[in-house]
Write a protein that binds this ligand. Structure first.
Ligand code: 0GY
Length: 306
């Protein structure tokens, strides 16, 4: 019998009893960025992983989905599972049409393996450039992967730090697939929203028709969650960034919880509060419907009613 690996030191577990959001999500809302971790006993973590999380399996994800009033999930392969997509695929299958997946694959993946992932509900691959999460991101390998997934109509999800965008954007612009960026390209929210870093990101988004997840205020925020009990307006320093993206690109924004919130160090967000962040970043019913329903449905469930 194999022994289970202990969690990374100081690992923060996901929030066990999230509050009920005050904001009622529109029917058909898609949580377009979340993960599953294991459970480790069933789906061991990858040997090359950079962290060992707590378990956060599909049943717990579906419980959160129902608690928040979410209709569907897009489950993004987490780096702790490397290129073994079995936990993610198992979760997508178990959701019975209410989830799609984003995989991590190696350049030698075969057409048959890609078709099997597609049949299971996978609609894209993730390219990760965050150095604390992956050893290397060789561009030739990623080009090969992008060429292989393009005929399936898949897209590539990009995760990078904002300071690395100038070096990466030429490569991104040449990829033959739609691009989706995680967490607004991780802006430094202490810089002005109309400063050079975020303006460069917005130009990149505009020039390449990029989709943007206005997710992870808890990861980007410097001011953090509300100090006062009962106050439900959290992460206010991230609001101008997300609001600007929603206003400039209303038809290409997506939202997600990022549950079970890997690698947070200061606090674990109350997922109910993350939902209550939404009306601050998407201020009209129309913006919210696009962000939460119409955009993710078009990308992940095209042609289906919502
Ligand atoms: C996120 C963010 C992180 C981790 C991962 O796959 C992952 O391990 O995505 C992070 O540590 O910033 O989107 O969940």
């Amino acid at each position: 019998m194999s022994t289970l690996a202990p969690k990374s030191p100081n690992w923060l577990d996901w929030y066990e009893n999230p509050s009920k959001p005050t904001f009622q999500l529109p029917p058909g809302t898609v949580d377009a960025h979340c993960h599953v971790f294991g459970p480790q006993a069933e789906f061991p973590f990858a040997p090359e992983r950079k962290y060992t999380p707590c378990d956060g399996g599909k049943d717990q994800l579906f419980t959160l989905r129902d608690h928040l009033g979410v209709a569907r999930n897009v489950i993004v392969q987490a780096t702790c599972h490397g290129a073994d997509n079995s936990a993610m695929v198992d979760a997508v299958r178990a959701a019975d049409g209410r989830a799609r997946g984003i995989a991590t694959v190696r350049p030698d993946i075969t057409e048959g393996e890609l078709l099997a992932l597609d049949a299971a509900g996978v609609r894209g691959v993730r390219f990760n450039f965050v150095r604390r999460l992956v050893d290397a991101s060789p561009e030739d390998d990623l080009r090969t992967i992008a060429r292989k997934v393009a005929p399936l109509g898949w897209h590539v999800v990009l995760y990078f730090e904002s300071v690395d965008l100038p070096e990466l954007e030429g490569f991104f612009g040449e990829l033959p697939v739609p691009l989706v960026v995680d967490h607004m390209g991780r802006p430094d929210v202490t810089q002005p929203v109309d400063g050079p870093q975020f303006t460069r990101f917005l130009r990149f988004v505009d020039a390449n028709d990029v989709w943007v997840k206005v997710s992870c205020p808890e990861r980007l925020s410097v001011t953090g969650p509300p100090a006062l009990d009962g106050e439900r307006h959290a992460y206010t320093d991230v609001v101008p960034f997300a609001r600007r993206v929603v206003e400039e690109f209303p038809d290409r924004v997506l939202w997600g919880t990022d549950w079970p919130h890997p690698n947070l160090t200061t606090h674990m967000p109350d997922d109910g509060l993350l939902v209550d962040h939404l009306p601050h970043i998407a201020v009209t019913d129309e913006q919210r419907h696009k962000l939460l329903v119409a955009n993710p449905m078009g990308l992940y469930w095209p042609g289906e009613d919502f």
